[in-house]
Design a protein around this ligand. Sequence first.
Ligand code: KG4
Ligand code: ZN
Length: 333
Amino acid sequence: MILAVETSCDDTAAAVVSVRGEVLSNVVASQGLLHARYGGVVPEVAARRHLEATGPAVADALERSGVSLDEVETVAATRGPGLIGALLVGFSAAKALAAARGLPFAPVDHLHGHVVAATLEPEPIAAPYLCLVASGGHSFLARVDECATYTVLGQTLDDAAGEAFDKGARLLGLGYPGGPAIDRAARDGDPEAFAFPRSAPGDGLDLSFSGLKTSLLYRIRDMGPEQLDARRGDLAASYQRAIVDALAARTIEALEREGLERLALGGGVAANSELRERLRSECEARGVAVWVPPRELCTDNAAMIAAAARFLEPMPYPDYLSLDASARLVSAA
Ligand code: KG4
Ligand code: ZN
C-alpha cells in the first residue's frame, strides 16, 4: 500500500493506491474558490491553505480507503516542479509521516505522475505509449517505454495550454478557471467565426500559445462591450478550436514519428470536450487506442503520484530526511 501526498499548486491531495495500481482513495481539497477572486493562484495563500488541509486530507484518504496507517508500506510525495512554498508543505508532511514509522519514502516528479496516471486500474495502459500532458502549468508530449521514466519529445515554448485557456477566459470576461468556462461558452459558438493562429514552432514537436493569446487580445480590443457580448460564444469556440488544432496536430505527428499505437491523455486540459473528441476520432482513424483517465486522475491528484511511486525505488529511512522539495525538478530521461 502506498500513501501519497500532492501539494504542488492549489490542490491539497492525498491518496491510497495499491502496488497493483488500484485506487483505494483519491482525496482532493480544492482551493479553487479561494484563488478565484484573484484571477489566479496566489502562492503564499496556497501554501498557507495546504498547512491547514494536508493533515485532514491524509486522514480522509486513509479512512476512505479502509487502509490503516499500519498497513501503509511506502509514503510518496510530489517533490516538484511547482510552487516551492506549496510543495514544501506536503513534502515535509509526507516525510514526517514516513519517518515517524520508519517507512521508505518515494520523492516523485509531478510530471511523471501525470504521465503514468493512465497506468492505474481498472484499465491500465501498457508501455510503450505516447502521453499528451496539458495542464495549467505544463504542456508536453512524452514517450514512455518503461513506466519508471519518460522522454519529453516536445513541449510548450511559452504558455501552457491550460494557461492559454485561463488567460483567454480572462480576456473574454469568463472567469477563473478558464478551461471549463471556455469549454461551456464554446458550445454555443461558431469555431470558424474567427481565424486565430495555429503555431507550430520549429521542426520538432514543440508548441506555442502566446501568439494566440495576443491575437485574441487584439480582436477583443477592436470590439465594443456590446459586440463582445454578442460574439463571446464565437470567440470562445474559435479560440478553443485553435488550441485543440495545435495540440491534436502535434500529438498525431508524434504518434506517427515514433510509431506508437497507444495514446494517454493527462493534465486538466484533458477534460476539454473538443480535445477528447478530436483525439478519439483522429486516433480511431489511425488504429491508435486512446486512454483518457477519469477527470479526477487527469487534474492534479495524489493517486497519480502514487502511480509513479510504484515504478520507483523508494529511499529507506532515514536517507530522505535531508531531501528538499524542488520548484524546478524534472526527472525525464
Ligand atoms: O492539471 P491541472 O488541474 O493543474 C495543473 O497542474 O495545472 O490543470 C488545470 C488546468 C487549468 O488551466 C484549467 O483551465 C484547465 O486545466 N482545464 C481545462 C478544462 N478543465 C480544466 N481546459 C480546457 N477545457 C476544460 N474542460
Ligand atoms: Zn499538474
